[in-house]
Design a protein around this ligand. Structure first.
Ligand code: MG
Ligand code: MG
Length: 263
């Protein structure tokens, strides 16, 4: 069945659970971000994420996903590695690296999916520009996540934001609906034409995830069958949020929620 047939519009109660999942996912990513220092291994980052997941009684939708089964709970992709880098106990972060962390959480049967990129120590001005443009492209896409718009409006906003700033955006990897499954419909490519695609309706929950490259937008997969790298070895970055379409403004689900107070 094509993904377009698997669009599951959520009820407010389901979105509330997804917000909780998003809060947990944001907490894990914040914990990993604190550890981004030279000398830390990518396996250390995964261990910290797993410990935090466990403290919430949650599991990762990444672990065991796909073929060959993905072996970790987060992906850690460094420099020319765009997405799906596998954590390894011998892979150490170095000063000047640009690291992309992608993390998912399953909470009460619902998935949150979010990613960020950040520098380790001092990074080049080209890397800083790449970070700024990739994060900006995510928010340009989120701004279009409004009832009555189409997925193509979101895709076109992301593409325009990136290309007008002199960078390239992936053709092969897309945003996606998310809910009980990590990948539902609709697909939301990072390039496209305004006015085309699937009509957005309140209750749709979609992970937007621009992946931006300094050189060519072409990529290849390493022999580990997971790690995706830029074809020309140039730097890449990746930002992602799970977002709900509402009657009004887009609602970002993968952010920390205000603390619950008990009476
Ligand atoms: Mg993700
Ligand atoms: Mg995703």
């Amino acid at each position: 069945m094509s993904l377009e047939r698997q669009i599951n519009v959520k009820t407010p109660a389901q979105i509330k659970i997804m917000r909780e999942a998003g809060h947990i996912n944001a907490t894990i990513l914040a914990r990993v971000r604190e550890l981004l220092q030279p000398g830390v291994t990518t396996a250390d980052l995964n261990a910290a994420a797993e410990e935090t997941l466990k403290s919430f009684g949650c599991v990762s939708p990444f672990k065991g996903y796909g073929q060959p089964p993905y072996p970790a709970s987060i992906t850690v992709s460094i420099n020319d590695e765009m997405v799906h880098g596998i954590p390894h106990p011998k892979r150490k972060l170095k000063n000047g690296d640009l690291v992309s962390i992608d993390c998912g959480t399953i909470h009460e049967g619902y998935v949150a999916d979010s990613a960020f990129s950040a520098g380790v120590g001092e990074i080049s001005s080209a890397a800083a520009h790449l970070l700024e443009v990739t994060e900006g492209a995510l928010y340009a896409g989120i701004e279009k996540m409004r009832s009555g718009n189409r997925t193509g409006d979101v895709s076109a906003a992301i593409q325009e934001y990136v290309e007008s700033r002199g960078l390239q955006v992936t053709r092969e990897y897309t945003g996606h609906g998310v809910g009980k499954k990590m990948h539902e419909g609709p697909q939301v490519p990072n390039v496209g034409m305004a006015g085309s695609g699937v009509l957005l309706r309140p209750g749709m929950t979609i992970a937007l995830e621009p992946m931006v490259l300094i050189g060519t937008y072409e990529t290849r997969v390493l022999p580990d069958r997971w790690t995706v790298v830029s074809a020309d070895g140039s730097l890449t970055a990746h930002f992602e949020h799970t977002v709900a379409v509402t009657e009004g403004d887009p609602l970002i689900l993968t952010v920390p929620q205000p603390q619950q107070t008990t009476v």
